[in-house]
Write a protein that binds this ligand. Sequence first.
Ligand code: G3P
Ligand code: MG
Length: 244
Amino acid sequence: MIICGHRGLASLAPENTLAGLQAAHQQGLSWVEIDVQLSQDNQVVVFHDEYLDRCSNGRGQLRQHSWQQLSELDAGSWFGDEFSGERLVLLRDYLARAERLDIKVNIELKLYPEDSAAPLCQQVSRVITEGKFMPDSLLFSSFDPIALAHMQSLQPGIARALLVERIPDDWQLQLQRLDCRALNCNHRHLTDTQARAVSAAGYQLNCYTVNQQHKADTLADWGVNMVFTDVALKQTPSARNRAP
Ligand code: G3P
Ligand code: MG
């Protein structure tokens, strides 16, 4: 089972920053998950919340700020003095650093109620095309099926995951329609039966946010492919794969 750093590696460094990517690298992780949204001037920024307040010294909605304004914010001091001066980062620069560190990236297309999917998807696609980033090193995910449909037509060579809180009854139909490779769900609601059904249907199953080792071990036994975590989980073989 793959261990994927959530928002970088959110308990060890400020989320969605290059410091978080470095922390994931230091922990030996091969995957990280990040969230992306658009600035007022259509730059793709790595950031989770709709508002700047929690994870930076900025105030108000991210979408109301230009990249010039956002680039001047401190995105590290809220987490700890040692991260003072850490900046928000553009997707372009984050992916370039991840590529150098040989870390794959799950890009979550984050859409808040006032956002529309098309502009974000177009700009993300442009970043990937211009940066010539390797399709195999990326995975798109979103709670918004419309965003996934856009990415299907814009970047058909990059795998997609439908992101859900609970696995819906029609999960297989939705995955088929969007030609998704994976289903990303909250582990809290997942059952062994559901996990095995998703795997048996040929899809990858990824779970967020798993911060306890025993929970990760159970999910590995259920055949889950990847867990998103804020903490330094250990890579343990699943019971099925363990040497007898
Ligand atoms: O992609 C998994 C997880 O990140 C989804 O929830 O709110 O942490 O973006 P959130
Ligand atoms: Mg996310």
